[in-house]
Design a protein around this ligand. Structure first.
Ligand code: GRF
Length: 193
């Protein structure tokens, strides 16, 4: 049986692109849908180039409707990867995909997580606090922001000359290096249970 994965992304989509590339031709897993809430987002052209269908979603049906469960079902989705998706995941979706939604966060959770801690805000806070290291966290998603249990972390050091921008570059490199492999292993693990 093939597993069908949806990637939720609303930004440039570089992580989504790396995951798509990594899973190209995979025997057991296919990236079958890209879910996006931002018209014009970079991830949409990545999806188009890869020939993967996209689903544009809106706030009202996502939070107050059925969270697009019917659409996900129509694409046989059994696992969800959040890669730069900023909306909170509604309870209906968490319930429908128990331990089958993962997220990547550009810091070492539980530090620098929660509402408002996204994108450059994270790196600005890390640098302002003169941290000596930062990193990435890949974790399961529950009903709270950046809260589910941790699957994987990787670290990078911060030097005196680092800025939020240079830190962002280091973090992106770590994400691209680890996320595709860790996501793939987690999909296979969760679907064995
Ligand atoms: C990543 O840094 C990820 O950690 C965060 O959003 C960013 C997405 O970048 N959640 P991209 O769109 O994959 O380039």
């Amino acid at each position: 049986m093939k597993h069908h994965v949806a990637i939720f992304a609303s930004g440039a989509g570089s992580n989504a692109g790396k995951i798509i590339e990594y899973l190209k031709g995979h025997q057991q897993i296919s990236v079958s849908l890209i879910v996006c809430n931002k018209p014009g987002a970079g991830v949409l052209s990545i999806a188009e180039k890869a020939g993967i269908p996209t689903l544009m979603i809106e706030k009202e049906p996502f939070f107050r409707g059925n969270a697009y469960l019917d659409e996900l079902k129509a694409h046989h989705i059994d696992f969800i990867i959040l890669a730069g998706f900023l909306w909170k995941i509604p309870a209906a979706l968490v319930k429908a995909f128990p331990s089958k939604i993962i997220n990547i966060h550009p810091a070492l959770l539980p530090k620098y997580g929660g509402k408002g801690m996204y994108g450059s805000h994270v790196h600005e806070a890390v640098i302002a606090n003169k941290e000596k290291e930062s990193g990435i966290t890949i974790h399961y998603v529950d009903e709270q922001y950046d809260h589910g249990s941790t699957i994987f972390q990787a670290y990078c050091s911060i030097g005196p000359d680092d800025t939020p921008d240079s830190l962002a570059t280091k973090i992106h490199a770590l994400e691209h290096q680890h996320f595709p492999r860790v996501a793939t292993e987690t999909i296979l693990l969760q679907n064995r249970r």
